[in-house]
Design a protein around this ligand. Structure first.
Ligand SMILES: Cc1ncc(COP(=O)(O)O)c(C=O)c1O
Length: 375
């Protein structure tokens, strides 16, 4: 079905950047620069300086960025790593694949790790905390870093959705031992396939991640230092991402403008919570604009009928997927979010007219419901 307001629009996105992207790809292909070349290094150094850290290491997914970070921090069997229940499954799988146990805690009203619950989840086995900066909003890193320091825990930031977002002026990916980014096509900085990166100020961690992604091999000496993985960020992807990184500040501004328009168009509707929280401490990049309502499913259907594509992340708690074999925690906020969240269209290509149409459809839906309930 062709939507009047698609959730994202990768075709138009490419057309807009076509000349720059085609030139970058042609340059790689014509020089034969396919694996581990200058374009990768250039992108890594641009990314590190954008995030405000010393090193960035390109890998082939956000998942691998998380997994390698934990491995480089020495996390393994017998350890516990605390993260949230309301996240993409890859955050938790990255922990499981080290042999450590994921300990899931609840999120707060802002959909991010609730720092009030963190200390109670720490046990003598806890080695690390993985805050997830969901939807383009950084967690309260002041509190989380203070608790981690007090208990001598490693912090691995899942910043897959938060490139460019800040907390108290500092960018996501610059707080913990590492920051982990995803360049999945529909992320704010999206490639033409999977991609990711680890950011860090620690030279040993940067080196270990560089080796792990390349089968454990030191390219200078040919020595294999570990049983590693085939998980390098492709050179052509890096060249494309480097082009796109230069546009990121405009796209962040565009997303913030869309968020403002949603807010103006939707403020004041009872039973519709909008995602505007601490604007004095957070600078959000709105990877997703997630509203919350008890009438989520009916609203989604109404929007679909009116040509507006939406997304639900995620409709059932992770531990209810039996194949993941996770212990069932008691996380009431996470469970409610599964019933109530709805992500509205938001991308570099979403137009102001599309936002106006979406907001109008949402208003119509709620006024119809209100009239029906209060005849
Ligand atoms: C919060 C979060 N963590 C981790 C990931 C994993 O990233 P990737 O899909 O690049 O492996 C994603 C991507 O969807 C994500 O949204």
């Amino acid at each position: 079905m062709a939507y009047k307001v698609p959730f994202v629009d990768p075709g138009t996105h490419y057309q807009r950047l076509k000349s720059e992207i085609d030139a970058a790809i042609t340059d790689c292909l014509s020089k034969g620069d396919l694996v581990y070349r200058q374009q990768l290094q250039d992108f890594e150094s641009q990314l590190a300086s954008f995030v405000g850290v010393r090193y960035a290491v390109g890998v082939n997914s956000g998942y691998h960025a998380l997994h390698f970070s934990l491995v480089a921090a020495g996390i393994g069997p017998g350890d516990e790593v605390i993260t949230v229940g309301h996240t993409f499954v890859a955050s938790v799988s990255a922990i499981v694949h080290t042999g450590a146990k994921p300990v899931l805690i609840d999120v707060g009203k802002d959909h991010n790790m609730n720092p009030d619950l963190l200390e109670a989840a720490i046990t003598p086995r806890t080695r690390a905390v993985m805050p997830v900066h969901l939807n383009g909003r950084v967690c309260n890193m002041d509190r989380i870093m203070a608790i981690a320091e007090k208990h001598n825990l490693v912090v691995v930031e899942d910043a897959a959705q938060a490139l460019g977002a800040t907390f108290q002026g500092k960018r996501a990916g610059g707080f913990g031992l590492t920051g982990c980014f995803s360049f999945y096509p529909f992320k704010i900085l999206g490639g033409f396939g999977d991609g990711g990166a680890v950011t860090t100020n620690d030279s040993k961690v940067a080196r270990m991640v560089s080796l792990l992604r390349y089968n454990g091999e030191d390219r200078e000496t040919g020595e294999y230092h570990y049983h590693g993985y085939t998980a390098l960020l492709d050179n052509v992807q890096a060249a494309v991402l480097d082009v796109k990184l230069h546009h990121l500040p405009e796209w962040i501004e565009h997303r913030r403008k869309i968020a403002l328009l949603y807010r103006q168009g939707l403020d004041g509707i009872p039973d519709l919570q909008l995602p505007h929280y601490c604007e004095t401490c957070n600078f959000d990049i709105y990877q997703n604009y997630v509203v919350r309502t008890k009438k989520r499913d009916a609203l989604r259907e109404h929007l679909k009928l009116n040509g507006v594509e939406t997304l639900v992340s995620w409709p059932k708690p992770m531990w209810e997927h039996r194949g993941l074999a996770l212990e069932k925690p008691r996380l009431p906020e996470t469970e409610s979010l599964c019933q109530e969240v709805l992500s509205l269209p938001m991308s570099a290509e979403t137009t102001l007219e599309q936002i106006a149409h979406t907001a109008q459809c949402i208003r119509e839906f709620f006024s119809w419901h209100n009239r029906r309930n209060n005849p």
